[in-house]
Design a protein around this ligand. Structure first.
Ligand code: SAM
Ligand code: SF4
Ligand code: SF4
Length: 363
């Protein structure tokens, strides 16, 4: 058993001041980019910190048990507040919004939020889910305006999957959800597989074969040291280069150019034309230099890095009559002061530092 570093998941530091209040020195770049020249283009919004799974790498049962204090309903951003923020971020140049969590399909009437966000018009809208409620929700999500979806699935082997989600949840039900999403017309469907050495790496090839035949894009994610509770060790990481080599030995792969700058996954296509895979190599091939992502936590804090330990409180601004212009300015100040590059400087020591949990900040 790994030694677990168990500390509270909410902001590890007290609320940081807005940069202007700290007497920020350098003015933000005129084009809205951060200190490393990166624009703000993507926004991930966590709509709940709760989940019906207890994936060992994300919400280990020992920590997220019946005593764990999830956020009360009143602390969550309302759909109206989320939509208002999405509009403000869109006006600042955000093109893509991903709804996540926790498990976003647990949030009641989530399709109403999708409908409200789709009403913004030109946003590229997507959602990441564990798939457990997808068979029930896929048609409503599509009807509300969702175009595409990402479903997480770590193994096709039922015993392995049940052990990884630690909720005894069967593979077959997630596969039904994926089928329902395809039948509803959500496309493309991406499938996320977090790979842990000695846990599910035996399933890399079966997963690749299965989703190549199904016509969905499988993405292999390196196990990350996000949060402070998952017992991360470098030895558990399977480098993406090894994943690609293993698949390519049986089903030859060739690299594909990114579809846009800042794309998280590196794309590879099967040379016989039967589809593509992606690899997300946050640990072995940091992509901070292209990182255009901001995150809003379930209770409305703004984070500029997945590995942050504190965020800026947008909810208070929303609930105290602040104008859209002022909120937009605050966001611009935070982004303008951003220097994040955690994956470039990761060590075993930084991995033990306190960071917010993924279920709270949004994956
Ligand atoms: N519950 C939804 C799901 O599982 O798809 C959405 C939230 S989840 C936090 C988003 C993504 O983060 C999932 O694909 C999950 O596998 C991934 N994830 C969670 N913890 C991770 C870790 N320690 N390393 C790499 N990926 C992780
Ligand atoms: Fe839940 Fe997703 Fe985290 Fe698994 S990865 S525990 S499904 S939030
Ligand atoms: Fe972006 Fe932070 Fe990940 Fe680097 S470590 S890619 S800055 S979220």
């Amino acid at each position: 058993m790994n030694q677990r570093i168990v500390i509270p998941i909410k902001d590890a530091r007290t609320q940081p001041e807005w940069p202007a209040a700290q007497g920020a020195t350098e003015p933000a770049a005129a084009d809205g980019s951060d200190r490393r020249g990166r624009r703000l283009r993507d926004l991930r919004i966590s709509v709940t910190d709760r989940c019906n799974f207890r994936c060992t790498y994300c919400m280990p049962k020992e920590v997220f048990d019946s005593n764990y204090a999830f956020l009360p309903q009143a602390d969550l951003l309302s759909f109206e507040e989320i939509t208002r923020l999405a509009r403000i971020f869109h006006a600042r140049g955000v093109e893509k919004v991903r709804i996540t969590g926790g498990e976003p399909l647990l949030r009641r009437h989530i399709e109403r939020l999708i409908d409200m966000l789709a009403g913004i018009g030109t946003l590229d809208l997507t959602l990441t889910t564990n798939g457990s409620l997808l068979a029930r929700k896929a048609r409503a999500l599509k009807a509300a305006g969702l175009e595409r979806i990402t479903v997480s699935l770590d193994s096709l082997d039922d015993a392995t999957f049940r052990a990884m989600n630690d909720a005894d949840y069967p593979v077959a039900r997630v596969l039904e959800g994926i089928d329902a999403a395809a039948a509803a017309g959500l496309a493309p469907i991406k499938v996320n597989m977090v790979v842990k050495r000695g846990v599910n790496d035996h399933d890399i090839l079966p997963m690749a074969r299965h989703f190549r035949a199904a016509g969905h894009i499988l993405r292999f994610i390196e196990f990350m040291d996000v949060g402070s509770t998952n017992g991360w060790r470098m030895n558990d990481v399977v480098p993406s280069a090894e994943v690609v080599a293993r698949i390519s030995a049986e089903m030859p792969l060739a690299p594909v150019d990114p579809s846009y700058s800042g794309e998280v996954a590196q794309r590879w296509r099967y040379v016989d034309g039967s589809g593509e895979i992606g690899v997300i190599s946050s640990v072995t091939q940091a992509f901070c230099s292209d990182c255009t992502r901001a995150r809003i936590s379930t209770e409305g804090k703004l984070y500029t890095c997945l590995f942050a330990n504190a965020g800026h409180d947008l909810r208070t601004l929303l609930r105290t009559g602040t104008s859209d212009e002022t909120i937009s300015e605050r966001i611009g100040e935070v982004w303008g002061a951003r220097t994040d590059n955690y994956s470039e400087i990761r060590t075993e020591a930084t991995a033990r530092e306190r960071k917010v949990e993924m279920s709270y900040i949004g994956g």
